[in-house]
Design a protein around this ligand. Structure first.
Ligand SMILES: Nc1ncnc2c1ncn2[C@@H]1O[C@H](COP(=O)(O)OP(=O)(O)OP(=O)(O)O)[C@@H](O)[C@H]1O
Length: 343
């Protein structure tokens, strides 16, 4: 097992005038045994970051260390990592056993040792009954587990996961998420897990790196990221529906964005005045969309309120008053998007 350190890591594709910088100086210290999720929208650079740790992409500037050893110039095979890909990358003509054993055979691990390690991984992943099958005779979830098994048997210092769950349906994704958590509890191997799915990030991460446009916007526990987002981007990316980010709240100061999550707005006799535009029933809860009544014309700003499904349903067009819970109000600089601690 090992810690991982990223120091001012930069990635450029191309050179000279055509160079395109896609990672803009990422700094992060990952502790030995931590499970870290890198999350962000498509194109934000999360795969590039992971592939630089893996050694599949060159690092343009900065350093990456694994277990106190700078790995910038090391081949992937020298980094003591194992990677699980989105498409599993299994060999179709090999049995499950051989798929898991392949890397060890190449590394000339003795046969008895290979068998011990594959059997142990198969037991952990409940693949024991499938060792003779070919990948095509497995379900998507089972293939996924074989891909993980292949990573486990290598006994690496670090696991790298690149969207490993995105080919699974919603139910299997939720189930595999739990299996990955269990695996991490049992093996305790430092892990970096890339996803664009905020629910996956929130549920799997001990700490998460939120990326946007090649910049690390925040690095913190899911709780920190949710309760104290560092920027308007993080506030709107994590949480569904997203945090209301309001320029026109009645009590707002110029240049300050007021942030409040839909669940932190209470319907009260007085308070912010909104005209109800739509109501959505989501099962256990209801979303109400309201537009300011105090701004002239249509400023495009809609406030979302989350209520319990048992709460009274307002009529479309009715005026609704809501009050944000004082301890749950956030403020952001309208220019930089950064969190303001005092307003
Ligand atoms: N080989 C390449 N040459 C030039 N630009 C690239 C190359 N690979 C990736 N990029 C660019 O780098 C940026 C980051 O890509 P990356 O694949 O890391 O994003 P991502 O966050 O993993 O996205 P996704 O979730 O869609 O996979 C993108 O703008 C992409 O177009």
């Amino acid at each position: 097992m090992a810690s991982i350190e990223l120091k001012n890591v930069i990635k450029r594709y191309g050179t000279g005038k055509t160079a395109n910088q896609v990672i803009h100086g990422v700094n992060a210290q990952i502790k030995d045994g931590e499970f870290i999720v890198i999350v962000g929208p498509s194109g934000c650079g999360k795969s590039t970051l992971l592939r630089m740790v893996a050694g599949l992409e060159e690092i343009s500037d900065g350093t990456i260390s694994i277990g106190n050893r700078v790995v910038n110039d090391l081949e992937p095979s020298e980094r003591d990592i194992a990677m699980v890909f989105q498409n599993y990358a299994l060999y179709p003509h090999m049995s499950v056993f051989d798929n898991m054993a392949y890397g060890l055979k190449i590394a000339k691990v003795p046969e008895a040792e290979i068998k011990t390690r594959v059997d142990k991984a198969a037991k952990i992943l409940e693949l024991g009954a499938y060792l003779d099958r070919k990948p095509k005779a497995l379900s998507g979830g089972q293939r996924q587990r074989v891909a993980m098994g292949r990573a486990i048997v290598r006994q690496p210092q670090v696991f790298l996961f690149d969207e490993p769950l995105s080919n699974l349906d919603a139910k299997l994704r939720a189930q595999t998420r739990l299996e990955i958590q269990k695996l991490h509890r049992e093996l305790g191997i430092t892990s970096l897990f890339v996803t664009h799915d905020q629910v996956e990030a929130m549920t799997l991460a001990q700490r998460m790196i939120v990326m946007n446009g090649g910049v690390m916007e925040q690095f913190g526990t899911p709780e920190e990221v949710y309760t104290r987002p560092a920027t308007t981007f993080v506030a709107s990316f994590i949480g569904s529906p997203p945090m209301n980010l309001l320029k026109n709240a009645p009590d707002a100061k110029a240049g300050v964005i007021t942030g409040v999550r839909p669940e932190h707005l209470d319907i009260t006799p007085n308070g912010w005045s909104l005209a109800v535009e739509a109501v959505e029933m989501l099962g256990a809860e209801r979303l109400i969309y309201g537009r300011w009544t105090h701004t002239q014309g249509n400023d495009g700003e809609v406030v979302i309120i989350r209520t319990e499904e048992s709460a009274a349903v307002p009529a479309i067009g009715a005026t609704l008053h809501v009050t944000p819970r004082p301890a749950k109000i956030h403020h952001f600089d309208a220019n930089t998007g950064r969190r303001l601690e005092t307003v």
